[in-house]
Design a protein around this ligand. Structure first.
Ligand code: PEP
Ligand code: MG
Length: 579
């Protein structure tokens, strides 16, 4: 029987694949077939997990308080003995070898065999010993789950991953392992996981509550990332329909590819900049493929994720130099680390200890606040940026500005870094423009002040919408309130564009709105001429803009600034998007 699930489509595209259900914080005992070559490593993995579980128990035993009842220590001794027993050592190893399966499945098989034996025992006391066996097996499984990330990753190829939630770091791993798509039970369309999925071209849906209770691992799924629809065990007719849509998407892409070399100019002769957003070095390929004018947002924080130490100055330098060289003279807008909130850095990597859990991380120590708070994290990045600046044109973009003191402080730090480099005789570009993200309502309202201190501004609508409408961008429960057409949001965008025009500095917009075909013309009508978006969105946005006349759109865009009624908003948006 086909089951249908609805969620929030966050990354367009249709995918078909087997379900790979992830149960984090629960031990996954799904059987996986190994190749002959993988078997010895898997046996070692199990032995190591048993050893680690035993070490844990020995540690517990050694730390039992002297006055504790004696049966506690004998209880632990029993578990230690069990871990040494061939029933939990040799037999599961034999199963791994004979069935070429993973350690978890072998342990599970042995657990079921033992449960049968104990279940037939007449002695009640002996029968309940199965509880101890379960406890010990669970301990080993937990140890295994700490080391099984790669093993799971290898099996992701061509599959649709179903998870409770995924981090941006997981998304990068998924792309490396060739997943066909993913579905999560929580998350919003502006989460960095969703942004990365769009940027990496992985079809994705978030906010499908409890889907893991219904999907059977290995069953066929179809995923429609545009409409937020998942089908489990689709019929033949449904599969054919998906294939038809995949074909139509390929044809549409072929048409869009014809625009790759076209200059972006509106029908009334306004020249536009279409830049790309990138997250990782490999994204440059996509930037080249669509022939973006440059990179309007390089989210460098991804360099800090998936690791337990901070990147060194040299690591930063190597990556930046490579990206700049690959861009062959096109501008790279390098945003300094916007860490914190949903791009949380590993606690082990931090140089200054942080309080374990901020109650409201999106409003906590993130972006420029964190960098100014921990300059050991910030200075190596700044030094590397300046050193790499001899390789090609770059701009520095500061995230999450709230007040002009942050700009002052950062500019002072930048000057100190430049002075040190001069003293060390290291070459760098003396005139790198420094700009700021306008993504906090306070900064948008005070955009004039920021414009007078900075060389350019870039509007981050993802955060601007989050903070203006008070909706957590990763919480699917308030996703219904996500409204880029809200007059408060549009007015803040307009204020920032006007502040830039008045100060004669460039203003770009690099939030997801810039690449959304529903909104690009509206932004043009509000006066925007510099767009930065995921490379995959660029050609479609270009087509919309090439077919636009700003003089026609302007009055409808101005009317939208004053409209709160949802129906009226859509009527105006239709007028803007009509040809
Ligand atoms: C934004 O907030 O719009 C933005 C571009 O930054 P990020 O999505 O990385 O927070
Ligand atoms: Mg932001």
């Amino acid at each position: 029987m086909t089951l249908m699930f609805n969620g929030i489509g966050v990354s367009r595209g249709v995918a078909v694949g087997e379900a790979h259900v992830l149960h984090r914080y629960q031990v996954d005992v799904t059987a996986r077939k190994l190749t002959k070559k993988q078997v010895p490593a898997e046996c070692r993995r199990l032995r190591r997990a048993i050893k680690d579980a035993k070490a844990q128990l020995l540690n517990t035993r050694d730390n039992i308080p002297k006055d504790a009842p004696s049966d506690i220590s004998s209880f632990i001794e029993t578990h230690i003995l069990m871990l040494d027993d061939s029933v939990l050592n040799d037999t599961p190893i034999d199963i791994i070898k004979s069935e070429q399966c993973n350690a978890e499945a072998a342990l599970q098989q042995q657990r079921e065999a033992l449960a049968k034996v104990f279940g037939t025992m007449e002695d009640h006391y002996l029968a309940t010993r199965i509880d101890d066996i379960n406890h010990v097996i669970d301990m080993v499984l937990r140890e295994l789950s700490d080391t099984n990330e790669n093993l799971i990753g290898e099996n992701w190829k061509g599959q649709i991953v179903i998870a409770d939630d995924l981090t941006p770091a997981d998304t990068i791993d998924m792309q490396n392992h060739g997943v066909a798509g993913f579905v999560t039970e929580t998350g919003g369309q502006l989460s960095h996981t969703a942004i990365l999925a769009r940027s990496l071209g992985i079809p994705a849906i978030v906010g499908v509550h409890n889907i893991r209770q219904y999907v059977v691992p290995g069953e066929t799924l179809t995923l429609d990332g545009r409409n937020g629809l998942v089908l489990a065990e689709p019929t033949e007719a449904m599969l054919n329909d998906v294939k038809k849509r995949q074909k139509a998407a390929r044809l549409k892409q072929r048409e869009l590819n014809k625009l790759i070399d076209t200059e972006t100019e509106t029908l009334d002769g306004i020249k536009l900049q279409l830049n790309a957003n990138i997250e990782i070095e490999e994204d440059i390929k996509a930037v080249k493929r669509v022939n973006a004018d440059g990179v309007g947002l390089y989210r460098t924080e991804f360099l800090y994720l998936n690791r337990n130490s901070l990147p060194t100055e040299q690591e930063h330098y190597k990556v930046y130099a490579k990206v700049i060289r690959a861009l062959k003279g096109s501008m790279l807008t390098l945003r300094t680390a916007d860490l914190g909130s949903d791009k949380e850095i590993s606690a082990r990597a931090m140089t200054t200890p942080r309080s374990p859990l901020a109650h409201n991380p999106a409003m906590g120590l993130r972006g420029i606040r964190l960098c100014l708070n921990d300059t050991q994290l910030f200075i190596p990045q700044l030094r590397a940026i300046f050193r790499a600046s001899t390789k090609g044109p770059i701009r520095i973009l500061l995230p999450m500005l709230t007040n002009t003191a942050e700009v002052h402080q950062t500019l002072t730090l930048i000057n100190a870094v430049k002075e040190d480099l001069r003293k060390e005789g290291i070459d760098f570009d003396e005139n790198i423009p420094v700009g700021g993200m306008i993504e906090v309502p306070a900064a948008a309202i005070a955009a004039n002040h920021f414009a007078s201190m900075l060389d350019f501004l870039s509007i981050g609508t993802n955060d601007l919408i989050q903070y203006t409408l008070a909706i957590d961008r990763i919480d699917d429960q308030v996703n219904y309130l996500y409204d880029p057409l809200h007059p408060a949001v549009l007015q803040l965008i307009k204020l920032t564009i006007d502040a830039g025009i008045k100060a004669k500095i460039p203003v770009s917009l690099c939030g997801e709105m810039a690449g959304d075909p529903r909104y690009v013309r509206l932004l043009l009508g509000l006066g925007l001429t510099d767009f930065s978006m995921p490379p995959n969105s660029l050609l479609e946005a270009k087509r919309c803009l090439l077919e636009s006349k700003r003089s026609r759109i302007r009055k409808h865009a101005m009317a939208l600034l004053e409209t709160t009624d949802a129906h009226d908003q859509l009527v105006l948006l239709d007028r803007i998007n009509g040809n």
